[in-house]
Design a protein around this ligand. Sequence first.
Ligand code: 13P
Length: 291
Amino acid sequence: MLVNLTRMLRVAKDGHYAVGHFNTNNLEWSKAILLAAQELNSPVIIATSEGAGKYMGGFYAVAQLVRALDKDLNITVPVCLHLDHGTYEGAKACIAAGYTSIMYDGSHDSFETNIAHTKELVNLAHDNGLSIEAEVGSIGGTEDGVTADGEIADPKECAQIVSLGIDCLAAGIGNIHGIYPKDWKGLHLDVLAKINAATNNIPLVLHGGSGIPDNQVKQAIIEGVSKVNVNTECQLAFAEATEKYCAEGKAHDYLNKGFDPRKLLKPGYEAIKAKVEEKIKLFGSVNKANY
Ligand code: 13P
């Protein structure tokens, strides 16, 4: 069942748990995310960056694939198809293509431009039944070739953007995309608490969810995070499992047709599914599908 984020995250915020946002790249990824959520009876957010959307053939291809899998796999838990870190143009394209939610990331522009674009996209998204996430204070690290230094969001700017009517807010609190450096100082949970207090109970989003110690993730959920984004840990799980299969010589096992893509990609698929299940349990959304 495809839905937007509005109610999914409101209920999560009230229930003090978070819903996992998992980036997809292809058929295996999409199946693994949907089936993990279904088995744990959890709502789930399946997302593409603009780069992944392009890689998969385009936003229409993604929307059709996810909708078709939802039907063919008899998925009954709420599924949101979300655009991750969208540009102004990309966000509009995803509204037209059949996504159920967009993120507009105007954090690289001036705050005034961010406000103006977010305002316009809030109306467009809501008129079409979609939810919208906005960002203040860019998330550090590199994702899909876009690199940004981590910023700490200003609670006043957060309150201003929330007043535009967005459904959830990504605010930089020292989190970064990709692998955290060894000398990383941790999440600024004190700033998160201030942002939470300043933003009228809006569901908050924690980007860069890979590699943050579990106790910090749990504390962030207590402080108001209702959506946690995970990408890199699924990529690492897939790569490690596939590498192991190949290192064991299985791709060259001609007798058992180990080169068959369905066999070659299976360990990676299973590793992503296990990772998604692990995160859903950590975020506390098991058995929260019926809201
Ligand atoms: P990671 O790749 O660090 O898990 O971050 C994912 C993310 O925040 C997507 O927006």
